[in-house]
Design a protein around this ligand. Structure first.
Ligand SMILES: Nc1ncnc2c1ncn2[C@@H]1O[C@H](COP(=O)(O)OP(=O)(O)O)[C@@H](O)[C@H]1O
Ligand SMILES: N[C@@H](CCC(=O)OP(=O)(O)O)C(=O)O
Length: 394
């Protein structure tokens, strides 16, 4: 798609270039996310027929040797139906209870549907914290990798009963994108109740047109994405955000209707159904910097001198240990830390640090040549924070 500033939104739809064109995917690992509105047949309980149909397609890919991970919503919506409630409760405890009631049905249904095709599945209940805290992230990756090595299909959902934020905002779109980045998926498929992303919410605007393909980083997508239906939570907005997050890991996203026949296998086969959100190397870095900039909790602080501040801010350089005068906090390698100016106390940037806090203290103010001696080994790490993993705050 051309630069989005050059085209009006009405022109960006059903682009003939993309309608028939086959997409060129090479997919070994794919994440499929299925939303509440689809899974629960718009509030009439779990749609077992549809689940068995998706399970058949997923099993086909799995049995061909592809690694498929499933992110399944629907626990709260199913709990609401099982408890005969008229609507999604507002009280937190009631929501949590619905999630734990509905999750039973969800996992039982997926297990039965998949095992019919000889596919073993496993339940993974995650919180966003599990994926943004480095240590828990590595633990989760370890468990996921083991499941994939055993060719067991992970069925992921949010751990709604122990979280507060997730259940309030309900955002499996984001969880799926984080999982996609974590396992380096080749494609993220979001199944929903619309054919794809439209130029406006098609629920309210019958003239809205579908967008066939766009860069995940195209800013105007945020202007056209609206809320969800009464059972789904995030609407199109969280799907667009999720597409950006997946782009950060270099993973394209397809947002498509789960009601299309054989939709999963057709998408994987490269058929141009739904909306494809693309990414490239530059977008990957931009998305990564945005993700860093949006980080609220810093694991620690690096106090840097004026020379390092100039290198980072004015010359877009990586931060070297020699420019770090003090290390505060207790962080692991890979955590997100802030960089603060020694003289002004101002936060200049945030970034992912290449050393743990004890290591960072030892190499601070030191030149690269000294690292082997200081850390006792042949040290490959040279920079404290690489410029691709660093986002300026000012
Ligand atoms: N620009 C848009 N294009 C398509 N759908 C949109 C758009 N803006 C808002 N939506 C709404 O997003 C809904 C899908 O999100 P949601 O209800 O959260 O479903 P899910 O349960 O699949 O996550 C659609 O039914 C639609 O009403
Ligand atoms: N974890 C919640 C799902 C929240 C969520 O993201 O819902 P949806 O937007 O419908 O995919 C549940 O299982 O009910």
């Amino acid at each position: 798609m051309a630069d989005d500033t050059e085209q009006s939104i009405d022109e960006i739809h059903d682009d003939a270039r993309f309608v028939k064109q086959k997409r060129n995917f090479d997919i070994k690992r794919v994440i499929v996310k299925i939303g509440s509105s689809l899974l629960t047949n718009n509030g009439r309980g779990l749609d077992r027929t549809a689940i068995y149909e998706w399970a058949k397609q997923i099993a086909k890919l799995h049995n061909q040797g592809m690694e498929v991970l499933l992110v399944s919503s629907g626990a709260v919506a199913e709990g609401v139906v099982r408890m005969n409630l008229e609507e999604r409760p507002k009280k937190l405890q009631a929501l949590q209870a619905c999630a734990s009631i509905g999750q039973m049905g969800l996992i039982e249904t997926w297990w039965s549907a998949l095992i019919q095709h000889g596919v073993h599945s496993a339940q993974l209940l995650l919180t966003h914290d599990d994926l943004s805290n480095r240590r828990r992230y590595l633990n989760t990756t370890g468990a996921l990798t083991q499941l994939l090595d055993w060719h067991v299909l992970p069925v992921i959902n949010e751990n709604d009963t122990i979280t507060i934020d997730e259940i309030k905002f309900g955002d499996n779109d984001t969880l799926g994108a984080m999982a996609a980045a974590m396992v380096h998926a080749d494609l993220y498929i979001i199944l929903t109740d619309q054919e794809g992303v439209f130029t406006d919410n098609p629920r309210n605007n019958p003239d809205a047109k579908m967008i066939r393909q766009e860069r995940a980083m195209a800013d105007y997508l945020f202007d056209i994405a609206g809320d969800g239906g009464k059972l789904g939570r995030g609407g199109m907005l969280t799907k667009i955000r999720a597409g950006r997050l997946a782009a950060m890991g270099g993973c394209p996203t397809v947002i498509v209707s789960g009601a299309i026949d054989d939709v999963i296998t057709r998408v994987v086969d490269g058929e141009a159904v739904g909306t494809l959100l693309t990414t490239n190397d530059t977008d990957k870095i931009i998305a990564r910097k945005q993700w860093l900039a949006a980080h609220l909790r810093m694991a620690g602080t690096l106090i840097i001198d004026a020379g390092a501040a100039r290198a980072v801010i004015e010359h877009n350089k990586s931060l070297l240990p020699v420019g770090v005068v003090e290390v505060r906090g207790d962080f692991d390698e890979g955590d997100v830390v802030e960089m603060v100016h020694q003289d002004t106390g101002e936060r200049l940037a945030v970034g992912q640090v290449n050393f743990s806090a004890p290591e960072a203290r030892r190499v601070a103010r030191e030149r690269t040549e000294q690292f082997d001696r200081i850390l006792g080994g042949s040290e490959e790490r040279v920079v404290m924070v690489h410029r691709d993993n660093l986002a300026l705050s000012i």
